[in-house]
Design a protein around this ligand. Structure first.
Ligand code: ZN
Length: 236
């Protein structure tokens, strides 16, 4: 089975290490800049209301969500959910994260194509990431019992196609996230909510967060690459 395959470890290890690095970077940037109070003493919730209003998004609700760094914008329910540390603190990190989430709300309002595409991919991607694995493993189990089976490669291929949906999702996530952070930086600058020093700090939080999406994409691509290699091996 591929969990014992040295090739699988060799392919998955670099993106895995990169993911650990990215998560450490996010945590340390957030920790550092959530201690840095913003000069205007605006909490995350206040910043969210202000920025939403400035962008004509009064219909978007602001709610709380449990969990550290669980902040997100829900395009289906038009709700911006903020974690306690972001919502209640008047830190520089809060401003960066809130502006990023408002960036998603603006993407939603303006019908930003990549966000629309990503939202439409959610069901297929969540199904594909789980079912894809199951099909691939199932295909290999069949293959172990009967090497001449015509059926086994078909099952693996179905798994690969399913898993590719999750890979596509992780790819589409990149422009969505980078664009939201670009909008966040513009907002923070144009509203004068932050000083130059605070801008750089908020920007550092956003850059670190973006790395985790790159790492997730690399992990998904590496996994798909491995599946395809195994599939090619079956056909030999
Ligand atoms: Zn985002």
């Amino acid at each position: 089975m591929f969990f014992f395959d040295p090739l699988w470890f060799a392919i998955m290890l670099p993106p895995f290490i990169f993911m650990i690095y990215a998560q450490m970077k996010v945590k340390s940037a957030f920790k550092k800049y959530s201690k840095m109070a913003n000069s205007q003493h605006i909490t995350g919730v206040e910043a969210a209301r202000k920025l939403l209003q400035a962008n004509g998004l009064n219909n978007v609700k602001v709610e709380g969500v449990k969990g550290k760094l669980g902040d997100h914008y829900d395009p289906r329910k038009k709700v911006l959910r903020l974690s306690p540390e972001v919502a209640n603190k008047s830190s520089v990190a809060s401003l960066g994260i809130v502006a990023h989430e408002v960036g998603h709300a603006i993407q939603d309002k303006t019908g930003y194509a990549f966000l629309r595409f990503r939202t439409s991919l959610v069901p297929a991607a969540s199904l594909g990431s789980n079912l894809g694995f199951i099909f691939v493993i199932l295909g290999f189990v069949i293959y172990m019992f009967s090497r001449d089976s015509e059926f086994a490669p078909m099952v693996v291929l179905a798994g690969i196609i399913l898993f590719a949906m999750a890979v596509l999702f992780s790819l589409v996530t990149l422009p969505v996230e980078y664009n939201a952070s670009t909008r966040a930086r513009q907002m923070l600058r144009s509203t004068g909510m932050v000083s130059v020093q605070e801008y750089n700090a908020a920007s550092a939080v956003l850059s670190a967060a973006a790395l985790t999406y790159v790492a997730a994409m690399l992990q998904a691509v590496a996994q798909l690459f491995y599946f395809v290699m195994m599939f090619m091996g079956m056909r030999r």
